[in-house]
Design a protein around this ligand. Structure first.
Ligand code: DX5
Ligand code: ZN
Length: 217
C-alpha cells in the first residue's frame, strides 16, 4: 500500500482567495491539491471551470488532483488538462465510454482516475482497474463539503484494496467526503492511502496540526 497522503480540497477554502488556500497547502509541504468540478447536473451544485484552474495554475506548482463531477466528462478532459490539471478523475455512473475517456486523459499527459458514488458497487469499476492511476471512493453523496462520513463505504474500500493486492496493481485508493482525524484512520485500516480533506483541513484552527496528525496514519 502506498504511503498515506493528505490532499486538501480547495472547495472548503475561501473562493475569493483560492491562491491563499493553495499557498497554505504548499507551505505545509503537502504535494497535492484536490479541485472539485461540479456541473449542476450530475451533482446539484456548481463550482469551478477550466479558466479558474488555469488562473490558479499560475500561482501554484502543486499537483492538481481534479475531480470531475460532470454528466459528460469526456467533453471537458481536454480543457482541464490544458488548464494545468495533473490528474483527472471521472465518475463511472454517467453513460459514456469510460475506457476511451481514461485513455484520452493519459494521452493529454495527465494521470487518470475513476470515481464511485456511495450507491455504486466496487464491481462497476473492476474492468477499469488495470487502466487507472487512482480509484476514488466517495464517502458522501457528492455535491457539497461538510457532510457526514459514510462508514458503510469501508467494505467497498477493503474490496478495492484486495483486488489491488491480488492483481499486483498499484493505483492509489482515495477517499473523499467527511474525512477527518476521526474517520481517516478507519479508511486507512480498510486500505485507503489518499485522503481528500476539505472542511476538516481548511476550517481547522490549526491546519498544520491536521497535516502532522495525518502523516501518522
Ligand atoms: C464533495 C467533494 C469533496 C469535498 C469534501 O462533493 O467531492 O471533495 O470537498 O469536503 P469535506 O471534506 O468537507 O467533506
Ligand atoms: Zn472531490
Amino acid at each position: 500500500m502506498p504511503a498515506s497522503l493528505l490532499v486538501p480540497s480547495i472547495l472548503a477554502s475561501d473562493h475569493a482567495d483560492l491562491t491563499a488556500g493553495a499557498l497554505l497547502v504548499e507551505s505545509l509541504q503537502l504535494p497535492w491539491l484536490h479541485i472539485d468540478i461540479m456541473d449542476g447536473h450530475f451533482v446539484p451544485n456548481l463550482t469551478f471551470g477550466p479558466q479558474t484552474v488555469a488562473a490558479l495554475r499560475k500561482h501554484s506548482s502543486l499537483f492538481f488532483d481534479v475531480h470531475l463531477m460532470l454528466d459528460q466528462p469526456q467533453r471537458f478532459v481536454e480543457p482541464f488538462a490544458k488548464a494545468g490539471a495533473n490528474q483527472i478523475s471521472i465518475h463511472v455512473e454517467p453513460e459514456y465510454d469510460h475506457a476511451t475517456t481514461l485513455a484520452a486523459i493519459r494521452a493529454l499527459g495527465c494521470k487518470c482516475g475513476i470515481v464511485l458514488n456511495p450507491g455504486t458497487p466496487a464491481a462497476a469499476v473492476e474492468p477499469l482497474l488495470a487502466q487507472v492511476d487512482l480509484v476514488l471512493v466517495m464517502t458522501v453523496q457528492p455535491g457539497f463539503g461538510g457532510q457526514v462520513f459514510r462508514h458503510d463505504m469501508l467494505p467497498k474500500i477493503a474490496q478495492l484494496d484486495l483486488w489491488r493486492a491480488n492483481r499486483g496493481l498499484s493505483f492509489r485508493l482515495e477517499v473523499d467526503g467527511g474525512v477527518d482525524l476521526a474517520t481517516g484512520p478507519a479508511c486507512r485500516a480498510a486500505g485507503a492511502d489518499t485522503f481528500v480533506v476539505g472542511t476538516a483541513f481548511f476550517s481547522a484552527p490549526d491546519p498544520a496540526a491536521v497535516a502532522r496528525a495525518t502523516a501518522a496514519w
